[in-house]
Design a protein around this ligand. Structure first.
Ligand SMILES: *Cc1c(COP(=O)(O)O)cnc(C)c1O
Length: 432
């Protein structure tokens, strides 16, 4: 059985568990920072290389601020994500606002912060101007439709709700230019969790081609192309991670072949990856509460879909390590479950694992992106804490666990409390 590495030892985790209890997500600062530096180094040939971290992947101020220190911007798609960035001091062109079906107040906030606005539809141009004003710089999201395959997770571009068609792009940039927009970018995102490096090279070729066409049609010089996110990570032990150097070299070739004068080539090549930046550096740590043997063998954790949705929601594979049993034979087969009254609340189905006992600590890998952030409160389950394993080996809590008071905060119990008091006055069952 192939293993996946952990950035901590069993005894280290036991100490952390004693202090914080389980479950929690823990993020590896050193891993995240080294990864950020690898990405930047791979694209150092680009005059203006930028990664806008997709905040929705791990919307924690400490993570966004750490990546900002590494020179990354933030990709936002909602008011909450914009406000989070504002509160950690990430503003202006350090924010790319790539939203869809966007409410007016979110455009107003994005404009107030000076973010780069990336429009998802041609009709959003008049909507933006009406509700938030005219930006100096603007970007549109291209959906190539049948011209590209997309991939299995995001689906066929033609079926995706995002972006403008190719003819709409020409119209949109033309009218933006006529309306007085001065600076332009071009965006696309047509894959998710894609591990094939050629996909990103083809996407770059496509965008460079469209940018060249739009230059010829409208005389627009693009300052940047934004290749979006969607870079995959090796969730399974046998998967190969994306080689930044490899995609960078492929994109560089396409860049140099772009059929425009040198002065028209975009200076900026941007990404807005989430998963690839933090995904492999997060771990959901949980304790085995119960074992159950019926038609199948079950292991019940103190974590559930409230903490990690991906396996239940789309059958995603997340590797599981039983701490201290890494070298044991994986000669048992378990469904690893949470406690929700939903049969898809399973972290793994028919997974070969070492023999598990109640009390064992189980680590679920690759939860650093789209893990905690997707969590929900179904069944009144509370979301857990997020911890940061700092580069110096210490641990910092960067989000506390939710409490029942948090859960009930939006409810008004006052009218029931007065009747409870009335009951108390007449009932003799409890003393004191
Ligand atoms: C979700 C999303 C991203 C990040 O996707 P990853 O798969 O995490 O890299 C980037 N841009 C947009 C517009 C998104 O919706």
């Amino acid at each position: 059985m192939r293993q996946k590495a952990l950035p901590f030892t069993k005894s280290q985790i036991e100490t952390i568990v004693k202090q914080f209890g389980t479950p929690f997500h823990i993020y590896d600062e050193r891993g995240i920072r080294e990864n950020a530096r690898r990405l930047k180094a791979a694209f150092s040939w680009v005059e203006d290389f930028r990664e806008y971290f997709a905040v929705k992947a791990t919307p924690n101020p400490h993570i966004v601020a750490m990546l900002h220190e590494e020179g990354f911007g933030a990709d936002c798609s909602s008011l909450a994500e914009l406000v989070l960035c504002e509160r950690v001091g990430v503003t202006g062109h350090d924010i790319m606002f790539t939203s869809n079906d966007t409410p007016a107040e979110e455009y107003r906030k994005a404009m107030e912060l000076g973010a780069i606005i990336n429009l998802d539809d041609i009709s959003h141009l008049p909507f933006l101007i009406k509700h938030a004003g005219l930006p100096e710089m603007l970007c549109f999201r291209y959906n190539p439709g049948d011209a590209r395959f997309g991939n299995s997770i995001i689906g066929k571009p033609r079926e995706a709700k995002y972006g403008l068609t190719r003819p709409q792009l020409t119209e949109a940039y033309r009218s933006a230019k006529e309306l007085g927009v001065k600076r332009f970018g071009l965006h696309t995102m047509i894959a998710s969790n894609e591990l094939d490096p050629t996909h990103f090279v083809e996407t770059a070729r496509m965008l460079f081609g469209v940018a060249a066409e739009l230059y010829n049609e409208l005389g627009i010089k693009f300052e940047f192309v934004n290749l979006g996110g969607g870079v995959g990570i090796p969730y399974k032990p046998g998967d190969k991670s994306i080689d930044y150097e490899g995609i960078s070299a492929g994109i560089r070739e396409e860049y140099n072949c772009m059929p425009v004068p040198d002065s028209v080539r975009p200076r900026g090549i941007y990404f807005e990856m989430g998963r690839a930046i933090t995904g492999p550096y997060g771990f959901l740590v949980s304790t085995v509460l119960h074992k159950k043997e019926t038609y199948k063998d079950y292991v019940g954790l103190d974590a559930c879909m409230a903490h990690l949705m991906r396996p239940g929601m789309y059958g995603a594979y997340h590797h599981i390590t039983v701490l201290g049993k890494e070298d044991w034979p994986h000669d048992h087969t378990y469904d690893v479950t949470g406690s929700l009254c939903e049969n898809n609340d399973k972290f793994a189905i028919d997974r070969p694992l070492p023999e598990i006992e109640v009390g064992d600590i189980v680590v679920i890998h690759d939860t650093g992106a789209h893990g905690h952030s997707m969590g929900f409160n179904y069944n009144g389950r509370l979301r857990c804490a997020e911890l940061l394993l700092k580069a110096d080996g210490t641990v910092k809590m960067i989000r506390r666990a939710e409490s029942l008071d948090d859960y009930f905060a939006t409810l008004d119990f006052s009218e029931f409390e007065s009747s409870r008091e009335a009951n108390c006055a007449t009932c003799k069952r409890c003393v004191g």
